[in-house]
Ligand binder design. Structure first.
Ligand code: KG4
Ligand code: ZN
Length: 336
């Protein structure tokens, strides 16, 4: 079975082909970051228009990369939510139309389920059950994963997602959108002992998160520093980035420890854009070696949005005989 996967939920057009025997045989990605940079965030209408321009050429490129023709495709998976409604409609309309024309089944995939299963694309995939920390630009969730399709939400952010907090704080520090990765690089130059940011919601029981206060804390620290130093030196900018990142990472580690204790599990996976963060990976590796457990993450290119995770998730569902009707339906808000 060979499945074409299409991801268009936000500002990345991703197309990939997953083969039951050989694994991932094509992967194409086009990022719209440059298009939205001037606006400091994703402009939904521009995102939809760019997906229209890029999806079909990327499908052709993926088929060429795998040396296949349309006749070799047995099913099409596409992200049908959550995400930007217009962007989702582009991917689903193209996927549904091609599936109709090629006479193959199609399946709508939950974007976060795609992220959650991305570590399964690696050479040494985790066994079920495990705890998943999903940290992206739109979501922060802890999920108990019993098997494919059986997910228990343990906790989630009550306001900003971790990636969103990274991006907003990066913007305050004058970095381009999306500034998560740039903030993280800047933090490497920072003095970890200069500022201390709070670890939100760690002083009470439970597995929910709140990150919006950290952005406000960063903003207040920044105002104070600018006043005292008559401007912002690059060292102070790095010191704030460092304190912010440390607070997010510590908070995530504390909650992962709790989730593992609560579920009695020793396997943790992290996925979503923020799982590319080096400091978070190091801290969670340290936690899991203390707990004598294991941590799994996707390779960096599959942490952020991509078509491979959608092709793979769609493959698993189509293999189980599931598929969605011909109706073009998207679910901008959708709990997993
Ligand atoms: O999963 P993703 O590509 O898109 C969503 O589904 O939201 O995640 C994008 C998020 C952005 O907020 C981006 O700044 C963040 O992931 N991100 C990072 C890093 N790389 C990407 N945040 C912190 N450190 C990184 N290295
Ligand atoms: Zn995502």
């Amino acid at each position: 079975m060979r499945i074409l996967g299409i991801e268009t939920s936000c500002d990345e057009t991703g197309v990939a082909i997953y083969d039951e025997k050989c694994g991932l045989i094509a992967n194409q990605l086009y990022t719209q970051i440059a298009l939205h940079a001037d606006y400091g965030g994703v402009v939904p209408e521009l995102a939809s228009r760019d997906h229209i321009r890029k999806t079909l050429p990327l499908i052709q490129a993926a088929l060429k990369q795998a040396n296949l023709s349309k006749k070799d495709i047995d099913g099409i998976a596409y992200t049908c939510g959550p995400g930007l409604v217009g962007a989702l409609l582009v991917g689903s309309t193209i996927a549904r139309s091609l599936a109709y024309a090629w006479n193959v089944p199609a399946i709508g995939v939950h974007h976060m389920e795609g992220h959650l299963l991305a570590p399964m694309l690696e050479k040494n995939p985790p066994h079920f059950p495990f705890v998943a920390l999903l940290v992206s630009g739109g979501h922060t969730q802890l999920v108990k994963v019993n098997r494919v399709g059986e997910y228990e939400l343990l906790g989630e952010s009550i306001d900003d997602a971790a990636g969103e907090a990274f991006d907003k704080t990066a913007k305050l520090l004058g970095l381009d959108y999306p500034g998560g990765a740039a903030l993280s690089r800047l933090a490497e130059q920072g003095d970890p002992n200069r500022f201390y940011f709070p670890r939100p919601m760690t002083d009470r029981a439970g597995l929910d998160f709140s990150f919006s206060g950290l952005k406000t804390f960063a903003s207040n620290t920044l105002t104070q520093v600018i006043k005292e130093e008559n401007g912002l030196t690059s060292q102070s900018q790095a010191d704030i980035a460092c304190a912010f990142q440390q607070a997010v990472v510590d908070t995530l580690v504390i909650k992962c420890r709790r989730a593992l204790k609560q579920t009695g599990l020793k396997r943790l996976i992290i996925a979503g854009g923020v799982s590319a963060n080096k400091q978070l990976r190091q801290a969670l590796s340290h936690l899991m070696s203390q707990l004598k457990g294991e941590v799994f993450y996707p390779q960096p290119q599959f942490c952020t949005d991509n078509g491979a995770m959608i092709a793979y998730t769609g493959f698993l569902r189509l293999k189980q005989g599931q598929h969605t009707s011909l109706e073009i339906e998207v679910r901008p808000r959708w709990t997993m």
